[in-house]
Design a protein around this ligand. Structure first.
Ligand SMILES: [Zn+2]
Length: 307
């Protein structure tokens, strides 16, 4: 049986929120089979659980926010991406503020935390959402056009194209495809950092956003070049970060996908719209488990060593 996974032990990290600039403590804890991923605001007078769900996404400006019972958690996508990449099904995420810490701006720190805690196999089958016919969402026209699409595929792969006219981005790849069956999430995707432009940062700060952002947790560009002294981690780091974000946004479904995602200039808002469109079309997917791991598509059965 292809089994559900959680952590072997708990693990902690401290950081700041990208937008709030607030100090926040994060504790990742094992959870029972079929719990899913649940954020818990332990700083509130009564702790509030915020379960992961595509329908709990309440705000997608700059980051993905989940809400439940009046409580919120912002910027969940990089941690969710690491969970998707390592195949973590069940997890409690205790946080002491409204925003998940940005750490190094990628998913690498979360991958390190999850792997350090160890991954445990559980006595329950992993349940996948398998795409059975294409679902697509589109917005805008001409230069403003963007779209995102899910379609049947025996495995899980993502392709993304960006269209940034900027001297520092033009020279790098604007399109990338990542297949879980042939690639390695932690090697190929997890280290890609979020990015921003100095001129936007000034405007965002004036609006109380990006208060925790800087060269330690983002690629920062002026009108001409990357300002980070160490340069880029991948030559196509920008578009790889969009894949990282998409994996986190899609994992808000609460179950891993079997299918192919492709997108042009998509973001958190359109990714969530795609999930809602999928859920509104129950004949476009089914739920599957694998009694025999060998029947599962490549890359889904051995996402990370469980030790
Ligand atoms: Zn991101």
């Amino acid at each position: 049986m292809l089994q559900q996974r959680t952590l072997k032990s708990l693990t902690r990290a401290v950081g700041v929120g990208l937008h709030s600039g607030q100090r926040v403590e994060l504790t990742l804890r094992p959870a029972q089979p079929d719990t899913g991923i649940v954020f818990r605001r332990v700083d509130l007078p009564q702790p509030v659980d915020i379960p992961v769900s595509a329908l709990a996404v309440s705000d997608t400006r700059l980051a993905s926010t989940l809400s439940h019972g009046g409580a919120k958690v912002h910027t969940v996508e990089h941690l969710m991406s690491a969970c998707a990449g390592l195949g973590i099904d069940n997890l409690y995420v205790d946080i002491t503020a409204e925003e998940v810490p940005i750490l190094d701006g990628s998913a690498a720190s979360f991958v390190f935390l999850l792997q350090s805690a160890g991954i445990a196999l559980q006595q329950a089958p992993r349940r996948f959402i398998r795409i059975t016919r294409p679902v697509e969402v589109r917005e805008g026209q001409g230069a403003a056009e963007k779209w995102a699409r899910l379609e049947p595929y025996h495995g899980y792969k993502l392709s993304f194209e960006i269209d940034f006219r900027h001297p520092a981005v033009d020279a790098t790849g604007q399109r990338v495809e990542f297949d879980m069956g042939t690639g390695s999430y932690s090697r190929d995707i997890a280290r890609a950092r979020t990015f921003g432009f100095t001129k936007d940062v000034e405007m965002m700060r004036a609006n109380g956003l990006a208060l925790g952002g800087g060269l330690d947790n983002a690629i920062v560009m002026d009108d001409y070049k990357v300002l980070n002294a160490e340069g880029l981690r991948y030559n196509d780091e920008f578009v790889k970060h969009k894949i990282l974000d998409a994996m986190g946004d899609l994992y808000l479904l609460g179950r891993p996908l079997i299918g192919a995602y492709s997108a042009f200039r998509s973001g958190h808002a359109l990714n969530n719209k795609l999930l809602r469109e999928l859920l509104a079309q129950p004949d476009a997917f089914d739920l599957v488990t694998f009694d025999d791991e060998r029947q599962a598509p490549r890359g889904l059965a051995q996402l990370a060593p469980a030790w």
